[in-house]
Design a protein around this ligand. Structure first.
Ligand code: G3H
Ligand code: 13P
Ligand code: ZN
Length: 334
C-alpha cells in the first residue's frame, strides 16, 4: 500500500471546494504517454493551475498502470523543476468499472478514483459506489460517481441513446454513497463524433455544424438539489475545426466531427461544474501535428521530430483550455 501523499499528489476535495466557490473548473486531461504528460504539466505550471491527470482503462491497457503511476510521481518532481513550488496534481482513475480496479489504483498511489456504475440499475450503482467510497475514504482518496448515461461509448460502457441525469435522484445517490463528486449527463458524449449532422444546424456565417445546446435546465435542477456540491462533465472536447482540417489536409479522413462549443463549457465552468474532462481534443492536436510533419517531411524518421511538435501543439491546447475555457489559471492554493 502506497499513499499518494508520499508521492506529492493531492486529492480533489480542497481544489473542488475552491473551484465551486470561485466559479471555475479544474482541467481533467487524460494521458497515455510521456509527451501528453509533459505538455499537461508544462501547461499547468505556466498557467499556475491545479490539474487532474486521468488514467482510463484504455490507458492502463496501453501503457501499464504501474508505469503510469510512476510517471505521475515523476510529474510532481517535473513540475517542481519547472518552478512550481507547490504543485496540485491529482492522479485519477477515469471510468473505473469495478471495485477491484478502484482498489488496485488506490493501493498503488492514485489520489482519486471514478467508479462508473452509470450503466447499472440504480440500486446496483448505489451499492458499488458506496463500497468504493468506504474503501477509498479510509485512505483519504476522493471518489467520483456517475448518474445518467452519456450518449455513445463510455470506455466499454455503452448506451444507445443519451439518458440525462434525473435531478430527483441526486440527493438520494449522494447521501447513500458518500461520493465526493458527481458526473452528470446533460448532452455531452465521448469522442470526436458527438453529434450527427442531422442533429446539428448549419451556422450561416461560417458554414460549420452547430450542435444542440447542453441541457442547462438539468444542470440547474441538480445544483438546486445539491447546492455547492462538485459536479463533473465528461465528454467535453470541442473538436477544433482547425485540427480536423489539418488532419484531413494531410492524409486523414475525419468526417463531420462535432464537439461541444467552448462558450457552453465556459458557462458550465462558472456553475457547480468543477471538473471538465478533455481527451479527444488532445488526440486531435497530437494527430494533426504528427500528420503535418510526416506529410511535409516524408524523409523524417526520428520520432522526436514529429512528437516534439505534437507536444508543443498539445501544450498550446491545454493552456488555451485552462485560461479561456475553464478559468483555472492562477488558482493554486500556495
Ligand atoms: O472516457 C474516455 C476517455 O477518452 C478515455 O478513452 O479508453 O480510449 O483511453 P480510452
Ligand atoms: P472527450 O472524448 O470529449 O475528450 O471526453 C473525455 C472524457 O470524458 C474522459 O473521461
Ligand atoms: Zn469520460
Amino acid at each position: 500500500m502506497i499513499s499518494y501523499k508520499q508521492l506529492g499528489l493531492v486529492n480533489t476535495r480542497e481544489m473542488f471546494a475552491k473551484a465551486v466557490k470561485g466559479g471555475y473548473a479544474i482541467p481533467a486531461f487524460n494521458f497515455n504517454n510521456m509527451e501528453q504528460l509533459q505538455s499537461i504539466i508544462m501547461a499547468a505550471v505556466e498557467t499556475k493551475s491545479p490539474v487532474i491527470l486521468q488514467v482510463s482503462k484504455g490507458a492502463r491497457n496501453y501503457a501499464n498502470q504501474t508505469l503510469l503511476r510512476y510517471m505521475a510521481e515523476g510529474a510532481v518532481e517535473y513540475a517542481k523543476e519547472l518552478g512550481c513550488k507547490h504543485p496540485e496534481i491529482v492522479l485519477h482513475l477515469d471510468h473505473g468499472d469495478s471495485f477491484e480496479t478502484c482498489k488496485s489504483c488506490i493501493d498503488m498511489g492514485f489520489s482519486s478514483v471514478m467508479i462508473d456504475g452509470s450503466a447499472l440499475p440504480y440500486d446496483e450503482n448505489v451499492a458499488i459506489t458506496k463500497k468504493v467510497v468506504e474503501y477509498a475514504h479510509q485512505f483519504d482518496v476522493t471518489v467520483e460517481g456517475e448518474l445518467g448515461v452519456l450518449a455513445g461509448v463510455e470506455d466499454e460502457v455503452s448506451a444507445a441513446e443519451s439518458h440525462y441525469t434525473k435531478p430527483e435522484e441526486v440527493i438520494d445517490f449522494v447521501t447513500k454513497t458518500g461520493v465526493d463528486s458527481l458526473a452528470i449527463s446533460i448532452g455531452t458524449s465521448h469522442g470526436a463524433y458527438k453529434f450527427t449532422p442531422e442533429q446539428c444546424t448549419v451556422d450561416p456565417k461560417t458554414g460549420r455544424l452547430l450542435p444542440p445546446p447542453l441541457a442547462f435546465d438539468v444542470l440547474e435542477a441538480v445544483e438546486e438539489k445539491l447546492p455547492g456540491f462538485p459536479i463533473v462533465l465528461h465528454g467535453s472536447s470541442s473538436v477544433p475545426q482547425e485540427e480536423v482540417d489539418t488532419i484531413n489536409q494531410n492524409g486523414g479522413c475525419l468526417k463531420a466531427a462535432v464537439g461541444i462549443p467552448e462558450e457552453q463549457l465556459r458557462k458550465a465552468a462558472k456553475s457547480a461544474v468543477c471538473k471538465i474532462n478533455i481527451d479527444s481534443d488532445s488526440r486531435l492536436a497530437m494527430t494533426a501535428a504528427v500528420r503535418k510533419v510526416l506529410h511535409d517531411k516524408p524523409e523524417e524518421f526520428d520520432p522526436r521530430k514529429y512528437l516534439g511538435p505534437a507536444r508543443d501543439s498539445m501544450k498550446k491546447l491545454y493552456i488555451h483550455k485552462i485560461i479561456n475555457v475553464l478559468g483555472s489559471n492562477d488558482k493554486l492554493l500556495k
